[in-house]
Design a protein. Structure first.
Length: 243
């Protein structure tokens, strides 16, 4: 906002888009309103956890089946994102996320329950996001992709240039920061392996690109961006892109 205030040019999306998309809950709820497939979400408040920890845990258990995903609502894409398999892990995660002091013992009891690495960062927040785990289930094919884009101004309007999405391969349950951003750590396959039949693959790829472009338009993305998604190809042939 200061850059705009002083008329200083900058790269990327504008203030409104950037302030919305740093909030994973607000972003996905907006996408849901526009018919985009998302993981079902629940925003957990630190005060509710402090006052009623068991009720909070039980409420989450009634809403979601284990395993589920827990993450900060406003940190980087892989920061403190954990696959939670049990109530014990969820309790440890919330206790650590809502801790009173910034410092904690990474090798202590909570660290062991969550399988934290010795130098792993873990933020301290007032809110936590719990999400449904997106899995293959009865889909014929399931993969994770990441698609880049550029925007161009033409006659006063934005034109979206959507790149061919890459299939991303995770070494563990969840893509790490290193796999996403550090050279030599991540494994991407381009083009993504949507189908063994080349014509069908191209057909699915075109739909996924259109789905990601729809997301970029809804969120008013400008400049350049990368959108991560899960793709389900159902036995009926329907393609679902979960952002």
């Amino acid at each position: 906002s200061d850059l705009e205030k002083y008329g200083i040019p900058y790269n990327g999306s504008g203030v409104a888009s950037s302030s919305r998309t740093i909030d994973k809950y607000a972003t996905n709820q907006l996408l849901k309103q526009h018919g985009v497939h998302i993981a079902e979400q629940l925003l957990v408040d630190a005060q509710n956890w402090t006052n009623r920890p068991q009720e909070t845990i039980q409420g989450i258990g009634k809403t979601f089946k284990y395993p589920l995903i827990a993450k900060p609502p406003d940190d980087g894409c892989s920061s403190a994102v954990k696959k939670i398999r049990t109530q014990e892990e969820l309790q440890a995660y919330l206790a650590l996320m809502f801790r009173a002091s910034e410092d904690f013992d990474r090798l202590g009891s909570i660290g062991k329950v969550l399988h934290l690495q010795p130098n792993e960062e873990f933020p301290q927040k007032s809110h936590c996001l719990v999400e449904e785990l997106i899995e293959q289930k009865d889909a014929a094919h399931f993969l994770e992709v990441t698609g880049g884009l550029l925007t161009h101004w033409e006659n006063g309007e934005i034109r979206y240039e959507m790149f061919e999405p890459s299939e991303t391969l995770a070494g563990e349950d969840i893509l790490s920061l290193e796999e996403k951003f550090l050279a030599g750590h991540g494994q991407n396959i381009t083009p993504a392996r949507y189908d063994k039949n080349p014509a069908r693959r191209d057909e699915i790829a075109a739909q996924v690109k259109a789905d990601l472009q729809k997301v970029a338009k809804i969120l008013d993305v400008e400049g350049y961006a990368r959108i991560d998604a899960f793709v389900k190809v159902l036995k009926s042939g329907e393609v679902q892109t979960f952002v």
